[in-house]
Design a protein around this ligand. Structure first.
Ligand code: 5GP
Length: 140
């Protein structure tokens, strides 16, 4: 599949549409998912274009997963979760809906089932509040 620069995450990277950003460095951006499966659901993306795991440059992937490893426990602790799940889909039949590589960091709470993947828009005020809490915790 050829990378389409009009995908929604490319547009967030270009600043064309807003996102609740929680972390940014030269190669990586992390922001809140608008349809969170749990409170504090974050997406981590490389700035360099890649559709999926299939075409990402290995060095860029290594950099990306380092950031995921750094952020995930901080997000978990910031939002008062007790675990986290990572998800990463490759291809429409695997559930991928945005064709710019991303890792989901999904905080897990005891006894709380996840909401459906791309289910419905979250409460924007609540998402903004979670973003602020997470930003404080990671010192962003
Ligand atoms: P995928 O299905 O490709 O693994 O995940 C795409 C994710 O992006 C979904 O969890 C979906 O809720 C999220 N998403 C879709 N559109 C937007 C958007 O415009 N902004 C943000 N922040 N997240 C989005």
């Amino acid at each position: 599949m050829i990378y389409d620069p009009s995908n929604i995450f490319a547009r967030i990277l270009r600043g064309e549409i807003p996102a609740h950003k929680i972390y940014e460095d030269a190669d990586t951006l992390a922001f809140m998912d608008v349809m969170p499966q749990s409170n504090g659901h974050v997406l981590v993306i490389p700035k360099a274009p890649a559709v999926s795991l299939d075409d990402v440059d290995p060095q860029a992937l290594a950099q990306l997963i380092r950031v995921v490893q750094k952020l995930a426990p901080k997000i978990r602790d910031a939002v008062g979760a007790t675990g986290y799940r990572l998800a990463q889909f490759n291809g429409a039949n695997a559930g991928q809906t945005v064709f710019h590589l991303h890792f989901h960091i999904i905080p897990m709470y005891a006894g709380v089932p996840l909401r459906p993947h791309t289910g419905k828009m979250g409460d924007q005020t609540e998402i903004k509040r979670h973003a602020e809490t997470i930003r404080v915790a990671i010192g962003a």
